[in-house]
Ligand binder design. Structure first.
Ligand code: SF4
Length: 440
């Protein structure tokens, strides 16, 4: 430990987070664990005694970014050898052997189920890196209240891990098997968040609607969370289409606090590719689900994930994806080029679509989605929405931003509204990503 620590100051930790909302929520758990152990948070890596990167392994690109950042931090460690440098999360779990070799400046490597042991790991990090990547079927961190960042929206992990084993995905290997957190623990955490000013909770899980704790399924959990005083809006991500049961759809349709927005990953519009990916549904089943959802929740906005260029994807498979997008007309889509990940079932199949072709397909998918998003947003011009105010808009003096129930970003004049207020706004103009509004 450095001089500051030796003269009695609390050691400081700097934590940088990559990847999905699960990682953001995990970083809040890590912060809580380290606070309990006597650490303060540093605003910048330069001010810290311990630097931790919470990483993502879902795509190759994410790993490359982290390796780049690690080499910057290695230079800092050369100047200040007393700092402790650690890698957490999915990449730590996925690439630990290579990392020990490729990144000798790392002092510790901790997988997603090892955060409770971080203080000891930091303490014993020295000549050899401390490595702890044990997956633990029982670890849910249910007794640790994550350190919330003070915003009006909080992410709350309802379940961890995944049992689906889609052919392209590393998650079941790096985050382990499904386990749900007891409703009582979740409700306690959410009630505490409400007391601290949180108005919207986003329930998280890799397949969040597979949640089950005893008799409580995800639909029942949504109904319980809807009873927590002070919480006005409930969202969740990411559900799997196969777990979108009547119980969940009924809860969405009948609980006013559950917002009419659903991220429903489809990945491909080709049955052949869906089968190769082992997604567990056909295009027809997925479309029937979309129909059921829209019949039950008429104001529903939908977003999705799409992968282009999976092993064996021919032009006609890809055109079926475009056709599905035209049929569903998603409000938003998160689109990716397939990236082969080691240790997945698709790894040995390799890549059959060139990078150039993947880029072409991706550009087309993005262009189609942008056009649809713009059309749908323009169609809402003149409509009135209740917006939960989040804070100042990034662009525009005196403007605030917030989300509509459909999770669209609205920008509107401040007019005395404060974060946490819900106000009515009318859409005056729209881009593919933003609704410009006036107060009603
Ligand atoms: S459902 Fe499939 S894509 Fe989603 S986390 Fe599980 S294995 Fe990965």
């Amino acid at each position: 430990m450095n001089e500051r620590a030796s003269v009695g100051c609390r050691p400081r930790v700097y934590l940088e987070t990559y990847g999905c909302q699960m990682n953001i929520a995990d970083s809040q758990t890590v912060t809580a664990v380290l606070r309990r152990a006597g650490y303060d948070l540093a605003e910048k890596a330069e001010d810290a005694d311990v630097i931790l990167l919470n990483t993502c392994a879902i795509r190759e690109h994410a790993g490359e970014r982290v390796l780049g950042r690690l080499s910057d931090l290695a230079r800092m460690k050369n100047r200040r050898p007393e700092i402790r440098l650690g890698l957490l999360g999915c990449m730590a779990q996925h690439n630990r052997a290579a990392l020990v070799e490729k990144a000798p400046h790392l002092d510790l490597i901790a997988g997603p189920d090892s955060y409770r042991r971080l203080p000891e790991m930091i303490g014993r990090a020295g000549f050899d890196p401390a490595v702890d990547v044990r997956l633990d079927r029982a670890e849910t961190y249910a007794d640790i209240t994550p350190e919330h960042d003070g915003s009006i929206r909080a992410y709350v992990t309802a379940m961890r891990g995944c049992d689906k084993f889609c052919a392209f995905c590393v998650v079941p290997y790096v985050r382990g098997r499904e386990r749900s957190i007891a409703p009582a623990d979740l409700l306690r955490e959410i009630a505490e968040l409400a007391e601290r000013g949180v108005r919207e909770v986003v329930l998280l899980g890799q397949t969040v609607n597979a949640y089950r704790f005893g008799e409580v399924d995800f639909g029942a959990l949504l109904r319980m969370v809807a009873r927590v005083a002070g919480i006005e809006r409930i969202r969740f991500t990411s559900p799997h289409p196969s777990d979108m049961t009547d119980s969940v759809i009924d809860a969405m349709a009948s609980e006013a606090k559950v917002q009419p927005y659903l991220h429903l990953p489809v990945q491909s519009g080709s049955n052949r590719i869906l089968a190769a990916m082992d997604r567990g549904y056909t295009v027809e089943e997925y479309l029937r689900l979309v129909e059921r959802l829209r019949a039950a929740i008429p104001s529903l906005a939908l977003s999705t994930d799409i992968i282009v260029g999976f092993h064996g994807e021919e032009r006609r498979d890809y055109e079926e994806t475009l056709a599905l997008m035209r049929t569903v007309r998603y409000d938003q889509a998160f689109t990716f080029k397939y990236s082969v990940r080691e240790n997945t079932r698709a790894y040995k199949l390799g890549d059959t679509v060139s990078e150039e072709e993947k880029s072409r397909r991706l550009a087309e998918v993005i262009a189609l989605q942008e056009a649809t998003s713009l059309e749908l947003n323009r169609a809402s011009i003149g409509s009135v929405f209740a917006v939960l105010v989040e804070g100042p808009a990034r662009r525009g003096e005196g403007m605030l931003s917030g989300k509509t129930p459909q999770f669209k970003t609205a920008i509107f004049p401040a007019l005395g509204a404060r974060p946490g207020d819900t106000i009515k706004v009318r859409v005056e103009s729209a881009t593919a990503h933003t609704l410009m509004c006036a107060a009603v």
